[in-house]
Design a protein around this ligand. Sequence first.
Ligand code: AMP
Ligand code: ZN
Ligand code: ZN
Length: 380
Amino acid sequence: MQAGDKHYTVIVSLDGFRWDYPEMYSTPFLDSMAAHGVKAVMKPSFPSKTFPNHYTLATGLYPDHHGIVANSFWDEQTRRRYSLGDRSICDDPYFYGGEPIWITAQKQGVKTATVYWVGSDIPIQGQHPTYYERYTQTPRLTYAERVARVVELLRMPEEERPQLVMAYFEDPDHDGHVYGPHSPETRQCITRLDVLMKELWEGIQTLPYKDKVNLIVTSDHGMTEVSPERILPVASRLKPEWYERIDGDLPAMIYAQEGCQDSIFRALQGMRHGRVWKKQDIPADLHFGSNARVGDVIVVPDLGWLATDQFKSHPGTHGFDPEYSDMQVIFRAQGPDFKQGYEARSFRNVCIYPLLAHLLGIQPASVDGNLDEIRDMLAR
Ligand code: AMP
Ligand code: ZN
Ligand code: ZN
């Protein structure tokens, strides 16, 4: 690429933005992105949770391969429990495998910026993006301030300007959990986010090189309804001496005591509304189970069910098999590198890292995703 001919990419993650919210609710801006750019449905990786998937978007690796195998999990090597709510633990770069796109870019002399992307405020391999925000520093930027920050980053002098900006917004995940995906609150939230994305695009249009900027709007996972009537008891079917701990309800990961994996499996197998595997037998299409941090037995509930003895969830949640369409997410991309008015096939979110590497003109690390799966959406 010649100097002065650089392209820039902004990728936005709207947490928990199900692929079909634009079909359910009013989203004129996202609809216009589909008309002027690319529209597709993207499949998250298993488990369809926030931390595993944001870090997959950044690295192109399945959670089983990058090591953030759930929002919370047990790490036997250091005998610590990782949890997204416990910064003293999740700030440790030890947990984060693979190479996030900002490190790949940095190594090749390309500047990047993040606004709260999972992993970017942690010194993975001792590095951060060129510009980043700390999630722990509160008060956090408002959504309007985040949009302004993205535009400000792109307004920097060319030598300092990041070529990739990754921005994160906590919604519509919050309303999806509290009120469910089909609710007036979520409807309102989606329309607010649509306006926010329009404002971001309008901000980009004020740049002198606006025609060189791609905008991608996507997400980490979808959302579906759960209910106290749909629970799969786990702990009450097991002898306490068989296991050390059970982590999560979607999936439930059971960490067995020495020699007790079979007993646990036998006690749980054959349950209705859920699938149970020993970790070494998890089917290949879930790409899960090779990592030491995965529990010895896992229970994966069917859509709408939770593997728990006591329902403590909000009415909406996520974490299910990515093949369920309720777990799949929005993908819109508009700008010089994308076709116009093109509807692409659904694709795996491990392909985002190779896509970003391509858009930046850098050599990607070897990952689980593949640019060939989505090459047809590119303009050239
Ligand atoms: P969940 O719905 O449980 O998968 O997680 C969503 C939550 O993750 C959001 O509500 C955020 O508060 C939290 N979150 C997102 N990014 C970060 C981050 N970089 N550091 C800590 N927590 C985060
Ligand atoms: Zn999320
Ligand atoms: Zn969530």
